[in-house]
Design a binder for this molecule. Structure first.
Ligand SMILES: [Fe+2]
Ligand SMILES: [Fe+2]
Length: 370
């Protein structure tokens, strides 16, 4: 990890974090972005993209809870003041992300989207990580998740026109979120390496975490996109065109990743660091209009004490990774995740479920605007 020493206000020596070295400061912000029932059904201009935006907003609540939990697990083990502060700001940012996503989810709920059904399914899959492989795998999966979102944030800031047709409020939410994801990309990563210490063990954990995250994304996003497409119209989930739209949103000619190749495969490198090959400071400077200074909550965030049930000992975290043992846990996780996904999928395709849902939706539907 890159770091340099700096004189603290009290005269002691403290370390500058890799984020600070780049002139980046993680600031918790609470934006004034609000949503109301005028949010049109097809609010991105494409059913596939709308399903993605809605699904991702609900999934964000589950993922951010996992990131916050990981940050809290790390806090007592980091041992360096600057990194602790950065981690606390990371936790606060994620908590505000969740709060603003929830504003939009509330509107989706009034329109009878299957918010709760999907959220509890996604939570069950994430819980399976903990139940099969323990707290440190939640951490490792979060680490991979943060890197993936950080790259998505980079790509979106470099190419915001991928959201050209999106509803203005949803777009504002995504751009603010992307900005902060770039800002805090290295926070969890740096703390994790400080806490684990041994680079070899940290690497093995990182790779297992990536494997868990891949399964979570494939199962939760796959099933989630389907049910959210179905909500736009009873056969929309079966239409290839909608799935192609989701693919093009990411990788198409005008898609999010069209201007930046990302560095996803770099994560596999042993000496990977989130800031490698990125000019995040310039990117953030260029797009600082996506965040308002009025939203800054620095100094106003109350830190909650970490509950004992949500703690990991340094010994457990640093225990040697045995790939055979981890492999067996992973296979068990895979089977359980497959079962849960299959069950959710079957349940959500049951005709009665959708018929009732549609009726309730039609009764509450509001005219589509802008
Ligand atoms: Fe977030
Ligand atoms: Fe994040």
């Amino acid at each position: 990890m890159n770091s340099m020493t700096v004189e603290t206000a009290t005269g002691g020596i403290d370390k500058k974090t890799s984020t600070q070295e780049r002139g980046i400061h993680i600031r918790p912000r609470l934006p004034d972005i609000e949503f109301d029932e005028r949010l049109p059904r097809n609010h991105t201009g494409s059913i596939g993209e709308t399903a993605f935006a809605n699904m991702a907003g609900v999934f964000a609540n589950v993922a951010e809870k996992m990131f916050i939990r990981s940050g809290n697990l790390m806090l007592p083990l980091v041992g360096q003041r600057e990194y602790e502060q950065e981690l606390a700001n990371f936790i606060a940012q994620e908590a505000y992300h969740s709060r603003v996503h929830e504003r939009m989810n509330k509107v989706l709920r009034t329109k009878r989207y299957p918010v709760e059904e999907f959220r509890s399914f996604a939570q069950r899959i994430v819980d399976e990580i903990f139940e099969n492989a323990g707290h440190r795998m939640i951490l490792a999966a979060s680490l991979a998740g943060e890197q993936a979102i950080g790259l998505f944030g980079d790509a979106l800031l470099e190419h915001p026109s991928a959201l050209e047709k999106w509803n203005e409020q949803v777009k504002r939410l995504l751009l603010w979120h992307a900005y902060e994801e770039v800002e805090h990309t290295a926070a969890l990563f740096d703390s994790f390496h400080l806490a684990v210490g041994d680079r070899d063990n940290a690497y093995k954990l990182r790779m297992w975490g990536l494997a868990y995250l891949t399964v979570v994304l494939a199962s939760v996003w796959g099933a989630g996109l389907f049910v959210f497409m179905q909500h736009e119209g009873s056969r929309e989930g079966w239409k290839l065109r909608n799935w192609r739209d989701v693919g093009s949103f990411f990788f198409g000619e005008r898609g999010v990743f069209s201007k930046s190749g990302g560095h996803l495969k770099d994560y596999l490198r042993r000496d990977f660091h989130p800031w490698d090959g990125r000019s995040a400071h310039e990117l953030l400077e260029k797009h600082k209009t996506y965040v308002s200074p009025d939203w800054d909550m620095t100094g106003k965030v109350k830190q909650k004490p970490v509950r004992e049930t949500n703690a990991i000992s340094a010994e457990t975290l640093r225990k040697d990774v045995n790939n055979w043992v981890e492999g067996a846990c992973f296979v068990r996780f895979l089977l359980n995740a497959g079962y849960l996904t299959g069950r959710f999928f079957l349940k959500s395709t049951a005709k009665r479920f959708w018929r009732e849902d549609r009726k309730a939706y039609e009764a509450r539907a509001v005219p589509v605007t802008g």
